[in-house]
Design a protein around this ligand. Structure first.
Ligand code: AMP
Ligand code: MG
Length: 348
């Protein structure tokens, strides 16, 4: 217990600034950039989820990201740049394959892994000789990086292990008192994290699926592998850690599970309050039951799924039953996140 009036040394005032998504204005961006330049932490929107940013070239600033999130130090961060010139401050060599991908997909939700320059803070790469980098398709993010005039390291702005934040309110829930500023531009467009593509091996390899699909990448550079397990995934340490977990237990019901969602929900209702997130029509009028209905569409799932999980926590759900969708297109990335969040999977 702290004595009355004594603040714990690590609690700071978090300034929350509302900005227009398309026109954030000079003053908010300038003060956020000043915080980044002086080694502080700013949460900002990207087109995927909110990121927690620090100067990628400042070792101490980057370490503060890990402290604020409670992130394991072996989980490297993505560096965000606002131009190709800035990219050359981060990576040793922009390979021809990287150049083709950049012209096609940047700015956008494709992160590429290349050999790093030694000027990048070592903590960014968690000891790896490589660095993950992307250019976000978001005006607020780009304006901030430009104004700070430094590459910004930014993982998702959630407490480690929690669902990623798609609104500033989620960042407030997880990180208020631990970071200097939050730029609030409303909900993010895509809602799930970027595709991570390793370009340092013989064949380009997807370490984390995302909105830019394997087919889209293969259409530009030819064969792409999908890192599934073991050796390959040890190159993406983040994939080993617990992810996307609300407080409630998540049960994923795969497409074609062959059981009625009403029956499954009824079964878990015997354990406690149940939250249902899905596209099937379920009977909403049951005590202790709360339903969030989505269309069976990857875009809507991606945009809504993390916020829906947080809402179910707020409603006090003990179990969240999530109905899966087809793996087509962006559905593969959505299902990847749901399988990681799930403690049990029905119908696999
Ligand atoms: P987050 O920023 O929270 O979305 O997580 C970043 C993801 O990128 C994690 O899955 C990391 O493991 C992955 N990542 C970041 N840097 C590298 C790198 N140098 N090599 C491989 N994977 C990386
Ligand atoms: Mg994350």
């Amino acid at each position: 217990m702290l004595a009355r009036g004594v603040r714990p040394y690590n609690l700071i005032d978090t300034i929350i600034k509302k900005v227009e998504a398309d026109n954030p204005g000079q003053s908010a961006i300038a003060s956020a950039a000043t915080i980044i330049r002086s080694g502080g932490l700013v949460a900002f929107p990207t087109e995927t989820v909110y990121g927690l940013g620090a100067d990628a070239m400042n070792e101490r600033a980057v370490q503060r990201i890990f402290e604020a999130k409670g992130r394991p130090s072996d989980n490297p961060l993505i560096v965000h740049v606002s131009s190709r010139d800035m990219l050359s401050r981060v990576v040793a060599d922009v390979t021809p394959v990287a150049r083709r991908l950049i012209s096609t997909f940047w700015p956008g939700p494709l992160t590429i892994v290349l050999e790093r320059r030694s000027e990048v803070a070592a903590a960014v790469s968690a000891g790896l000789p490589t660095v993950a980098v992307r250019m976000p398709a978001n005006t607020v993010a780009i304006e901030l990086i430009k104004a700070a005039d430094t590459p910004i390291a930014a993982p998702s702005a959630n407490a480690s292990g929690r669902p990623s934040p798609t609104r500033a309110e989620h960042v407030v829930q997880d990180l208020a008192g631990r970071i200097e500023m939050i730029l609030d531009a409303g909900a993010t467009h895509i809602g799930i994290e970027s595709t991570v593509l390793d370009l340092t091996g013989d064949t380009p390899s997807i370490l984390r699926p995302g909105w830019i699909t394997r087919e889209m990448i293969a259409g530009v550079i030819g064969p792409v592998s999908l890192a599934a397990s073991g050796d390959e995934l040890s190159r993406s340490p983040g994939t080993r850690h617990q992810h996307y977990n609300p407080r409630a237990r998540v049960v994923l019901v795969e497409e074609g599970a062959g059981r009625s969602l009403d029956d499954i929900c009824a079964e878990f209702l015997r354990e406690g309050p149940v939250g249902f997130i899905g596209h099937a029509k379920v009977d909403p009028d049951r005590p202790g039951f709360h339903a969030i209905n989505l269309t069976a569409d990857a875009e809507e799932y991606a945009r809504s799924i993390y916020a829906a999980m947080r809402e179910m926590d707020d409603k006090g759900a003990a179990v969240i039953v999530v109905q899966g969708i087809s793996e087509a297109g962006g559905g593969a990335a959505v299902m990847d996140r749901l399988r990681r969040a799930a403690t049990a999977i029905i119908g696999s």
